[in-house]
Design a binder for this molecule. Structure first.
Ligand SMILES: [Zn+2]
Ligand SMILES: [Zn+2]
Length: 159
């Protein structure tokens, strides 16, 4: 192995380790924006709730969510989805209630739960915190049939 290859390998290993650590720290300490309980990662939730949560995404948003980006509060039954800006901002300002617009990808702030509806400043799409009947979980819900992106804008966390 040449010296450059060695350096590249070491850098890649360190980057992978940091990424893992960041994910670990995030799920250990990320608080729910509604009730401040610790949220769970999607795979920590029981199978029945997982199925209900996925059903919401399939039925209402017609997309496959990034399961690694879903954080679930089983205390107040809220799903912080993969477009939630908390992924990016939780350590600086955990309760700022930010999320990316699922239509145009713009960062929206002020998505507090007590607001009845929140309109995206970029494209005007209106979202509501709504409880999905089958799962009993609350989601930041775009209008039915809105032309949603399948993924949140890249580079969330800068990783
Ligand atoms: Zn909660
Ligand atoms: Zn928008």
């Amino acid at each position: 192995m040449s010296q450059i290859e060695t350096v590249v390998t070491v850098v890649a290993a360190v980057a992978a380790a940091l990424l893992l650590l960041k994910r670990l720290v995030r799920w250990v300490s990320f608080p729910c924006q509604f009730c401040s309980a610790k949220v769970k990662t999607f795979d920590q939730v029981n199978a029945e709730d997982r199925a209900g949560i996925l059903a919401y995404f399939h039925e209402h948003e017609r997309r496959e969510p990034d399961e690694g980006g879903l954080f679930v509060c089983t205390n107040c039954k809220t799903v912080h989805d993969d477009f939630s800006g908390e992924k990016k901002s939780w350590d600086a300002d955990a309760y700022s209630c930010r999320t990316f617009c699922k239509v145009c990808g713009r960062m929206m702030s002020g998505c507090e739960p007590e607001k009845e509806k929140v309109a995206c400043p970029g494209c005007g799409t209106e979202y509501r915190w709504q409880v999905h009947e089958r799962s009993g979980y609350r989601f930041f819900t775009p209008p039915a049939g809105a032309p949603l992106r399948s993924k949140a804008p890249g580079g969330l966390d800068g990783i």
